[in-house]
Design a protein around this ligand. Structure first.
Ligand code: VG1
Ligand code: CO
Length: 539
């Protein structure tokens, strides 16, 4: 039976870089989730007669939230929900299912790379019919609605059994529980040369995929072990756990330290890949070798012709402004366009829809192509495996060949965490006001040639977005500053730094960039304002 429940608004339900993301303790407050979901439905003009895709990364509260959303969807007149079995769907798989079924929207229950469990985070990503996360204009509308919501619609009904595949009905709404892996696997088989990768796994090539106890474990077991023939047990931390086994499911050198230790040990396999909580991020490692995500995007682009789906040619490429310029050098050599967009995958979608780009990526361990409208962790790993299978080269050799061809871009991101929000906002405001005064001056031996805010006008919808501040140096170095839009704990200031060396590839990145980090701290007056004399996290 449909019922209308009165509620009062929460004032903090603003979506960030990738959906809404909050502490679990916030989300489990009475009507918190219901308010957000009803506001979303209202803001898009209702969901009567529509079809949505629904799933999540299995984190704490996934099971409860999904039942609430199912009942609210039925009560709001939704025609059909396509749900991953047991409520699980990775972000890339969800985008695939949405596009394949021409669904009207999709909800992925995930706080992505943020920790889970009762003391961790929960979140919802909302995708529109194009398969990508909603535009800023839509999220602004949803936010406005959350501030005035007074009731929501739900059902008095038993929970739905999500373990059984197939169709069932709830108050006139069709529910189809699907295998979360099947469509995704089919798409990967269409893109890559699975036969070549199978042959690679028949040699003594050794491989590890670390799912970080998150959603891609079962995808990894199916794709790498069962279909491609990687040794049983190649997938580590394969069982999705509500608290990710206490891990921070962000695949980088700091949070996946266990994998880094393995790759620098005597037992290191030839290749290791890892994914984040919802399966859209990837880290690539070789024996005692780390591929920076900005380089990975550039290397995949340079090797596009190795892959069946792309060998006929690619459109342009795109990167977030914070990502290193390595891919731009490849684009120039290939004579294709290279776009620079604000951080957040939604900013790539119009470029893909209009056939302006094929590949895109972000420094935050995200790479993908126009096969879907999200970043795709397993796709990136398969791409690397396909190159290795074709060339017989190691991860390190492929990367070194790339540096030899284009030079090396040294790149790191430095995060200053848990800053008081007003301090962070003021820092950015003052820095922006000071930018012009840096031009022509030399700091620690680096002369500033240009400094300006990053402003992007989308060539398709004409929307203009400002995100981040950029400082360019005469020697080709660059600093980008921006505030994170995914944190749940005060503000995080991200400082992205790169330098370019056409011939010396063996410097230590931290050492190479230490001088520029000093400059970055001086220009933004970081120590005095935040009390921090060094970053909290370097990735
Ligand atoms: C971070 C990354 C950004 C990424 C976003 C979502 O955003 O920097 O590149 O798109 O997370 O990733 P921010 O605003 O905190 O810098 V995921 O894997 O959480 O969907
Ligand atoms: Co993610």
């Amino acid at each position: 039976m449909i019922k209308t429940v009165s509620t009062t608004p929460y004032q903090d339900q603003k979506m960030g870089t990738a959906g809404i993301r909050k502490k679990v303790k916030t989300v489990i407050q009475e009507n918190y989730l219901e308010n957000f979901v009803q506001s979303l439905f209202d803001a898009i003009g209702g969901v009567k007669g529509q079809t949505f895709v629904l799933g999540g990364d299995g984190r704490y509260y996934n099971d409860i939230a999904i039942q609430k959303i199912i009942k609210m969807s039925a009560a709001n007149g939704m025609k059909k929900l396509i749900i991953g079995q047991n409520g699980m769907l990775s972000t890339p798989a969800s985008s695939r299912v949405l596009l394949k079924n021409h669904a009207d929207g999709g909800l992925t229950l995930s706080a992505s790379h943020n920790p889970g469990g009762i003391n961790g985070d929960f979140g919802i990503k909302y995708a529109t019919a194009n398969g990508g996360q909603c535009s800023s204009a839509i999220s602004a509308k949803i936010y406005e609605r959350t501030k005035e919501i007074s009731s929501y619609q739900t059902l008095d009904a038993k929970d739905v059994d999500l373990s059984k595949l197939g169709v069932q009905h709830l108050e006139g709404m069709e529910i189809e529980v699907i295998d979360p892996i099947k469509d995704y696997l089919l798409m990967m088989e269409e893109i890559f040369d699975f036969e070549a990768i199978k042959k690679l796994f028949k040699t003594n090539f050794s491989f590890v995929f670390d799912a970080m106890n998150a959603v891609t474990g079962p995808y990894g077991v199916k794709i790498f072990e069962e279909v491609l023939g990687a040794k049983k047990g190649s997938v580590h931390q394969a069982k999705p756990l509500p608290d990710f086994g206490g891990l921070h499911p962000d695949p980088n050198l700091v949070y996946a330290k266990h994998l880094v230790d393995l790759m620098w040990s005597d037992n290191a396999p030839d290749f290791a890949g890892a994914n984040d909580g919802d399966g859209d991020r990837n880290m690539i490692l070789g024996k005692k070798f780390f591929v920076s995500p900005s380089d990975s995007l550039a290397i995949l682009t340079d090797n596009y012709a190795q892959i069946p789906a792309y060998k006929k040619g690619i459109y342009g490429v795109a990167k977030s402004a914070a990502t290193s310029t390595a891919v731009c050098r490849v684009a120039k050599a290939l004579n294709i366009a290279c776009y620079e967009v604000p951080t957040g995958w939604k900013n790539f979608c119009n470029l893909m829809d209009s056939n302006r780009i094929t590949f895109c990526g972000e420094e935050s361990f995200g790479t993908s192509s126009s096969h879907i409208r999200e970043k795709d962790g397993i796709w990136a790993i398969l791409f690397w495996l396909n190159i290795i299978a074709n060339t017989g080269k190691s991860v390190e050799q492929i990367t070194r060949d790339f540096w030899a061809k284009y030079g090396r871009t040294y790149y790191l991101r430095f995060d200053f965490d848990g800053i008081d929000t007003s301090v962070a906002d003021q820092l950015m405001k003052d820095l922006e006001a000071n930018l012009k005064s840096f031009e022509g001056n030399t700091y620690e031996g680096h002369r500033v040639t240009d400094a300006h805010p990053f402003v992007y006008t989308d060539p398709v919808d004409g929307q203009t977005t400002q995100n981040g501040l950029l400082v360019y140096f005469e020697d080709g170095a660059r600093i980008c500053y921006r505030l994170s839009g995914t944190g749940t704990n005060g503000a995080t200031l991200r400082v992205y730094i790169e330098s370019y060396d056409p011939s010396n590839f063996d410097k230590d990145a931290k050492q190479e960039l230490s001088g520029l980090l000093k400059v970055a701290m001086i220009l933004a007056d970081i120590e005095k304002r935040t009390g921090k004399n060094k970053p909290d996290l370097t990735t």
